[in-house]
Design a protein around this ligand. Sequence first.
Ligand code: ADP
Ligand code: UVW
Ligand code: MG
Length: 424
Amino acid sequence: MSLVLAVNAGSSSLKISLFRRSVDNAANPALLLSSSISSIFAPPAKFKFSFVALQHRSLNEEVESIHDHASAFMHFLDRLKEEASVDPIDVKHIAHRVVHGGDYISPVIIFEESYHHIERLSDLAPLHNGSALSVIKSAIRALPHAKSIAFFDSAFHKDLPTHVATYAIDQQVAQERGLKKYGFHGLSYAFILRAVAAHLNKAPDTLNIIALHIGSGASMCAIRNGQSIDTSMGLTPLSGLPGATRAGDIDASLIFHYTSRFPARMSHDPSISREVKVTEAEDILNFKSGWKALTGTANFKEITEKADTSTLSDPMSRTADPNTLAFRIMLDRILHFAGAYLSGSPRRCVGERSVELRRAVGEAVACLGFTAINEKKNSQVSDRDEGIIVDIGRGDGRKRMLVCHTDEQLEMARECSLASEFWV
Ligand SMILES: Nc1ncnc2c1ncn2[C@@H]1O[C@H](COP(=O)(O)OP(=O)(O)O)[C@@H](O)[C@H]1O
Ligand SMILES: CC(=O)OP(=O)(O)O
Ligand SMILES: [Mg+2]
């Protein structure tokens, strides 16, 4: 039996799915079971295990001993054996999502060289590459007979136009140090592209889409003729939209207000005047900012429940309510990128999860020619919706809003299953 274990180390979660590959249908690996461990850094972690073959019978537990991605992975392996009676020895391929691949633009088997390449990029994805490597290390230790293969988020954006990928800095330095826009969430965008193409019965390379991936990390991607032509994240997953703990785009000079160069110039708060190093400023912008810093919660669902969305049409809002402010900031930044991306050809807009955010974005982009949202359809899309695509627009306009349940694990399993070089 050919089993592929697909492991997705996100910034707040670990999602794992087990697939069976069949040689005659390599493009469609069959899902056997899936698991997700969320709130990894807000203990107790929540562990879910769902058996597809058993009508999605599931196991839900809070696990005190999970405190990072590696312990989450080891807990999964224990449950795999105990609950699903799958002997890990039967798993011969493990597909790992790695956010930053640098100049690696295709999946690679993890050997010493590729491992160190990913390690060297850890600074450029501080919430991700290190966690992914800790899982890769655990996997190699626990399942030494299996091939660990890295699939890169950045690969989907490999052909960004030069003027989009280039920062206006000294180009010699930029080239020597690889300082350019890479873009991330590429496995998700690849999945969405294929799913939307199948839904519309069109070839992926004819599609124009604006895709939104809004999780703990949030980004947007303009896809023209099936290719990423712009995306909101950049050299690192810090830029673009704010995330759970990430600031998103800021004036780059803001960083100096956390360092010794600009002590307390604009504040009487003594905590700001103390000397802070650039690495600490990086830590603040990656781990201690975003909507967690604004509201106290990293869970956007809670924010949408508390935010006052009745005042969104007021462009001059002066809201002081933290949840409403966080929601508005998110909406404002999404519309900023949507406006830029929409200046090209007509597109479909694809998003997921938050009913409120979809409604707010839908109302705001209606003036750009999108069909208005059908509220009933919008609110009926469930978190767990198995139907991958839901069209939440009213009628059949050319510009439509779709909801797509993304699946980065399936994308990796499919790529892994199709790549004959991994099966020799
Ligand atoms: N129904 C929902 N409405 C709004 N936000 C949601 C909803 N469900 C999940 N979220 C947000 O998505 C986050 C998880 O995103 P996810 O992409 O799965 O995590 P990761 O970034 O670790 O991969 C949650 O912490 C929460 O902020
Ligand atoms: C790139 C990124 O931010 O990933 P995630 O949303 O899984 O944290
Ligand atoms: Mg994720």
